[in-house]
Design a protein around this ligand. Structure first.
Ligand code: PFF
Length: 456
């Protein structure tokens, strides 16, 4: 996401693929299922879908507009469009801090994926029982050094890609692995729902228990939706700046949001039945996918041992690539900032970020083991990082974006961007709906949800 090179995406599919590449990652496959398990099952899913369509999609469109209109990176976009108003210049800095903080703990889970990839290469899951899969995960994360080393390895690889400028290579690679991941999740889904006892998991996702619906459900569903769509951290603003003036941003944004939603729901249906079949507690937290998926591979291995090992290896490799493309864009934000504003070379900037994210990420990693007893406001260090980013900072930044588009930018400018200067009849017709959502619904909803976090 180099801010100085303002290339344009070549066509609609390229735009959707690039945005989906940023959006689809660990957020869908790892985070969504455990959020569902921790916050009320189907009721959470319903709130999540509604929040994505009514709030996140308009916020997504707003970020694309801010990027395309300002034609610059996220930090400078607000400054440029507000004619250098000091408040909006300051707000732009949040778009540097948030991705850097997320990179710290995102790379911890990236490290877990590397470990599971290595395990799958040695066919470690082939005879796993449900208890065995849970024990395997437990002994891995509570160990002091292995998870830290894996985290530093994953982050190191990511930073190397960013430093070496071979980003486009890995992004091309991800265009292959993303569809592969999609197909493999489907395969796992079919296997997962056919496990004995899986029906309970399917019911858990399809039958909302409305008594589970609490203010907390709304807060976490909104946070998950922003996280999954890479909102509130400048990523989509930056991608928006590469979108051609001729593109219909309603189609590209809706395309991205719907594919991201589909990916998450599919991951939910691939994981949750296996969780129930294996007798794992759905609210088990960040380890949920790592505890349940090996059991699916073991069951698959009973009928088709070679295929099961192969699927496991390709599955974890695809997760690593999906995580890496997302993590690259997180790290790149800080790197380009350090290069442009602090005059650092790319290599030095990468090194500094490696030290910062490596150090803070190590604390997050250790919070599953030796530092498990360190609690801040009842949360582990990992959960604290995740909560501050997803529930506080992303919502805060998202709120600023909608206020900026709904209240600071002139309506004429927003209309121009939404309709390509009035040339797209359909967009012109539904503009009043978008305008109402962005001016009233989104800011009020995000504001209420934001404060809900503090009274839970
Ligand atoms: N949306 C990504 C996911 O769901 O895994 C996470 C992410 C990646 C957020 C890149 C922000 C970003 F810039």
């Amino acid at each position: 996401m180099a801010a100085n090179k303002r290339e344009k995406f070549g066509g609609r599919l390229a735009v959707i693929l690039a945005m989906a590449g940023s959006a689809i990652g660990l957020g869908n496959i790892w985070r969504f299922p455990y959020m569902v398990g921790e916050h009320g099952g189907a009721a959470f899913v319903v709130v999540y879908v509604i929040a994505t369509l009514l709030i996140s999609l308009p916020v997504f469109l707003s970020e694309v507009m801010v990027g395309r209109r300002s034609h610059t990176n996220a930090r400078d976009a607000f400054a440029r469009l507000s004619r250098h108003h000091p408040f909006w210049k300051g707000a732009g800095y949040l778009t540097i801090v948030i991705p850097t903080l997320i990179a710290c703990y995102y790379s911890v889970i990236g490290g877990w994926s590397v470990e599971y990839f290595l395990k799958s290469c040695s066919a470690a899951f082939i005879h796993t029982t449900p208890e065995g899969a849970s024990a395997l995960f437990g002994s891995f994360v509570s160990d002091t050094w292995t998870p830290v080393l894996m985290h530093l390895l994953f982050l190191g690889l990511t930073v190397l890609v960013v430093a070496g400028g071979v980003k486009s290579g890995i992004e091309k690679f991800s265009k292959v692995t993303l569809p592969v991941l999609f197909v493999l999740i489907l395969v796992i889904l079919v296997y997962s729902v056919s496990l004995p006892g899986a029906g309970e998991g399917v019911r858990y996702l399809l039958h909302p228990d409305w008594s589970e619906l609490t203010p907390r459900t709304f807060a976490y569903a909104m946070g998950q939706s922003f996280y999954s769509l890479s909102l509130g951290m400048g990523a989509i603003i930056t991608y928006g700046s590469y979108v051609s003036k001729k593109e219909n941003i309603l189609v590209t944004s809706a395309g991205t949001a719907v594919s991201d939603l589909l990916f998450a729901i599919m991951a939910g249906f691939a994981i949750m039945p296996a969780v129930f079949a294996a007798g794992i507690e759905p609210g088990a937290g960040p380890g949920l996918i790592f505890q349940s998926i090996p059991y699916v591979f073991a069951k698959m291995g009973v009928d088709l041992p070679v295929l099961s090992s192969l699927v496991a290896v390709i599955f974890f490799l695809s997760i690593i690539v999906a995580a890496m493309t997302s993590c690259i864009s997180l790290v790149e934000v800080g790197v380009s900032f350090l290069m442009e504003r602090a005059g650092m070379t790319r290599v030095r900037a990468c090194l500094l970020l490696y030290l910062i994210c490596g150090g803070l990420g190590t604390l997050c990693s250790l919070s599953f083991g030796p530092l498990a007893d360190v609690r801040v406001a009842g949360m582990s260090i990992f959960d604290l990082f995740d909560w501050v980013c997803s529930n506080i900072l992303l919502l805060l930044m998202g709120l600023l974006v909608v206020i900026f588009v709904g209240w600071i930018l002139p309506r004429r400018v927003v209309h121009d961007e939404f309709t390509n200067r009035g040339s797209i009849a359909f967009n012109d017709r539904i503009f009043p709906v978008f305008w109402f959502l962005i001016k009233w619904v989104a800011p009020i909803a995000v504001l209420i949800i934001f404060f809900t976090n503090f009274i839970l």
